[in-house]
Design a protein around this ligand. Structure first.
Ligand code: P6P
Length: 328
């Protein structure tokens, strides 16, 4: 029986008891991920104090300038996760190809995909950033290839994010609800603070980068224009950090829209390690996630760093957007 303040590790063990086929391997993998999250949290929270701010000068596969914390977060996850013996391979937003497990370590049956520090361009101005992760089973055993990662989001066995904000939160789902834990630095544990999160069916917040409006397709423009009708009482809230915008809407209700448009035909956000994990979390919380024309979790990926149009949040808001959506 879960109680507020229960540690994430205890909660997971309780949850695993309800999943007959689960062995210790998933729990061991998950606990390694929790350790990585605590290390990244420590570094992100120190960032203002040590000379780690500022771009590292390199450019990642997305063509974006890489901040030093991006590198640290990526390396922390890889180094913490690779020796646990539960992974067949990993994939990171920061790395072109998938990351095989060093031959000196045993391999397992899971695949870990992650955006190590989403929203990193906000680090220098102290806006919250986050790690987003997705866990799949490697269907070909433990000798992974890129194709093993190209599974629709409904195949995820676990998804979650860590939000490094005014407090550090770990939010995850294994398909049995979406649950939130808050780090108590004095104990060094994530403690249950938001059990079985439910997103309101209707929100009063919309999140979109309206500087892109002139490139939006007519359906998007019509949808957002409709939300501006003052009688509907919507507020616009856009941080520019996906995990922050998503987390606020998850708790209060609302919709986040980053559509494909005339300039970015495939959208900006990544399907495998951004849209899919958040889509699993929001559906487990009673919300919805769509490309505008298709349920995010049913999109069959064709490449590792594939982009997607994303509408995600309160189910009735997403439904209204889909009714108006157009791709031209
Ligand atoms: P724009 C950050 O770079 C990010 O990947 C997400 O965290 C965020 O939601 C989005 O891009 C912001 O993009 O084009 O509005 O700056």
């Amino acid at each position: 029986m879960a109680t507020v303040g229960m540690s994430l590790t205890q909660f997971l063990l309780e949850e695993q008891r309800n999943i007959p086929e689960s062995k210790g391997s998933f729990t061991s993998l998950f606990n390694d991920l929790v350790v990585a999250a605590k290390i990244i949290s420590r570094e992100v929270n120190k960032a203002g104090l040590i000379d780690i701010l500022g771009a590292a000068g390199t450019v990642n596969v997305q063509g974006e300038e890489v901040q030093k914390l991006d590198i640290l977060a990526n390396d922390t996850i890889v180094n913490t996760m690779e020796h646990g013996g539960q992974l067949a391979a990993m994939a990171s937003e920061e790395v072109d190809d998938f990351i095989p497990i060093n031959k000196k370590y045993p391999r397992g049956k899971y695949l870990l995909l992650f955006d190590p520090l989403d929203g990193s361009s906000n680090i220098d101005v102290n806006i919250s950033v986050g790690t987003i992760f997705s866990i799949l089973k490697c269907r070909t055993g433990n000798d992974a290839t890129t194709e093993d990662f190209l599974q629709p989001g409904v195949q995820q066995v676990c998804a979650g994010y860590i939000l490094y904000g005014s407090s550090t939160m770990f939010v995850y789902s294994t398909g049995h609800g979406t649950h939130g834990f808050t780090l108590d630095p004095s104990v060094g544990e994530f403690l249950l603070s938001h059990e079985n999160i439910k997103i309101p069916d209707d929100g009063k917040i919309y999140s979109a980068n309206e500087a892109n409006a002139e490139n939006w397709f007519p359906g998007t423009q019509k949808y957002i224009r409709g939300l501006k009708d003052r009688s509907r009482g919507y507020k616009s809230r856009y941080v520019g950090s996906l995990v922050s915008d998503f987390h606020r809407n998850l708790l209060r209700g609302g919709v986040f829209v980053y559509p494909s448009d005339k300039k970015t035909k495939n959208g900006k956000l990544r399907l495998l390690y951004e849209a899919n994990p958040l889509a699993m979390l929001v559906e487990q919380a009673g919300g919805a996630a769509s490309t505008g024309t298709e349920r995010i979790l049913e999109v069959t990926p064709t490449e590792l760093h594939q982009r997607t149009s994303l509408i995600i949040g309160s189910k009735n808001d997403v439904k209204e957007a889909e009714e108006l959506w157009s791709e031209v």
